[in-house]
Design a protein around this ligand. Structure first.
Ligand code: BG6
Length: 489
């Protein structure tokens, strides 16, 4: 289908996110013929650009970062949708101009007055921009209005509440689309389908059959040029509060009454309500933090976190977190959920491993207690697919039991980029794969005491060499329970 005719306001149109993700995503949607004929994008930023220079920037971004862009395409047909207005949220006269421009473009193109406001901005600008949208009358439009807002949504629960209150002065909850781009990933969305469209899994999806769940999201990149943000965030706020907990929710949620947005989000929130909250004292027993030191990645020497530009020489910011979570409900009581995420690790991968309970050891087979468990592995990134590890006889022998894999891999390039999917959903008014306020708030409530533990000088910060799988303390966390991390494939 096609999105409805509307006006998209892209705040931060010259920024990194717009260049790398949003403009290329718009181009892909255009190539797939999913953008409506009547559609206007107004790029907004503080730089002084004309429509023409903005359009050439859009084209460059799509060519450079696009999934299926090539130079031979019908660029004029795509680029004619784009316009540019220079504006600063602190200057009401700028927003008055923006409004006048929007109205004249809407009249010129016969648009119904639906408005999508996308804030691809630094977090400090979220609240002021929303306020300026309200005060300028830009949100008083004839059609629907929606706000898409990037992460981070606050720094802790208190600041998230303040931000939310500011947004709610201008937008209703159901008009706010909070981005968590992991929810736009094909295989994260596929978790529901795997669980609820296959009769082989649901009877086993509980503490009677599952021994533990392991969720890894590892990166090879370091802090890059983001020290200004990352120093104050760390891996806990950057990855755990949002992406990692979202994956926990998708794995652990109860079947919703209908596969519809509010029903799904209701079930996800219940997972967070059942999530055991640790006090800062308890947190140190269940959460490991680490920081990378110099090492080697893919044949390249890289420096340690504290040597990175913009990072304090004595920084205690964590670039790695491993954690053991418990969901205290009937389905999951007693099943540990292990999370780990970090920068400068050995590989870039996101994977979910469901480890099933052991068979009685050596009852039939004399494997010396080494009969491996069954695993269901959901590969989110970079490969997309599923595999199941089973035990089978090694051909030609009677005794040797070996693990075999039944594997499905999605063809590369088949899946749309997260941002393509999420932009499209926002245009359609489907907020299933956006985070609702109660999710955000409860996620912070879980994270805040851990963050508090991290500020204490006696909480260990484990160094790990760049290019490794994190500090050994992360392995010990699982070893305490008799488990180990399954290697990422
Ligand atoms: C972002 C974090 O939300 O997710 C980054 O701010 C991180 O630090 C990124 O690199 C990882 O996303 P992906 O899709 O590459 O796994």
């Amino acid at each position: 289908g096609q999105a409805p005719a509307h006006t998209l306001f892209l705040f931060g149109a010259t920024g990194d996110l717009a260049q790398r993700k949003l403009l290329p995503a718009l181009h892909s949607l255009f190539v797939d013929k999913r953008l409506p004929e009547r559609f206007v994008v107004i790029g907004v930023a503080r730089a002084d650009l004309t429509d023409e220079t903005f359009r050439s920037l859009v084209r460059e971004a799509a060519l450079r970062f696009g999934r299926n862009a090539d130079a031979g395409e019908d660029w004029p047909a795509f680029l004619r949708h784009f316009h540019y207005v220079q504006a600063d949220a602190r200057r009401p006269e700028d927003f008055a101009r923006l409004r006048a421009r929007a109205e004249s473009l809407e009249t010129e193109h016969g648009l119904p007055g639906h408005r999508l406001f996308y804030l691809a901005l630094a977090p400090d600008f979220f609240a002021p921009t929303a306020r300026a949208l309200g005060e300028s009358g830009l949100t008083a439009c004839r059609g629907w209005r929606r706000l898409v807002i990037e992460k981070p949504f606050g720094h802790d629960q208190q600041s998230a509440i303040a931000l939310n209150d500011a947004l709610r002065k201008v937008f209703e909850e159901d008009e706010i689309y909070r981005i968590d781009h992991y929810l736009g990933k094909e295989m994260v969305q596929n978790i529901e389908v795997l669980r609820f469209a296959n009769s082989v899994f649901e009877p086993l999806w509980n503490n009677r059959a599952i021994a533990n769940v392991q969720i890894t999201s590892s990166e090879t990149v370091g802090v890059e040029n983001r020290a200004g943000y990352y120093e104050a965030a760390g891996a806990l706020r950057d990855m755990v509060q949002n992406h990692m907990l979202q994956m926990v929710m998708m794995v652990a949620m109860e079947p919703p009454s209908r596969l519809k947005m509010e029903a799904i989000r209701d079930e996800k929130v219940k997972v967070l309500r059942s999530l055991r909250r640790y006090s800062p004292e308890e947190a140190v027993h269940h959460v490991v933090r680490g920081q990378y030191t110099a090492g080697r990645i893919q044949g390249q020497d890289v420096s340690g976190y504290r040597e990175e530009p913009g990072v304090a020489a004595g920084s205690n910011t964590e670039t790695f977190v491993a954690a053991r979570l418990y969901i205290d409900n009937f389905r999951w009581a007693g099943v540990p959920f292990y999370l780990r995420t970090g920068k400068r690790m050995a590989a870039k991968a996101t994977e979910i491993v469901i480890q099933f309970r052991d068979m009685p050891k050596d009852l039939y087979f004399n494997t010396g207690g080494r009969l491996g468990p069954n695993l269901l592995v959901i590969r989110v990134n970079p490969q997309e697919g599923v595999y199941i590890q089973l035990n089978a006889k090694h051909p030609g022998t009677d005794e040797r039991i070996v693990p075999i894999a039944m594997e499905f891999s999605q063809a590369p390039d088949r899946s749309p980029e997260s941002y393509e999917r999420l932009l499209w959903d926002a245009m359609q008014g489907d907020s299933t794969f956006f985070t609702r306020w109660d999710e955000v708030s409860l996620a912070w409530k879980f994270v805040d005491p851990i963050a508090a533990a991290f500020t204490r000088p006696d909480t260990p910060l484990h160094p790990y060499p760049a290019g490794s799988w994190g500090p050994t303390a992360s392995d010990r966390l699982l070893a305490e329970d008799g488990f180990r991390w399954w290697p990422v494939q």
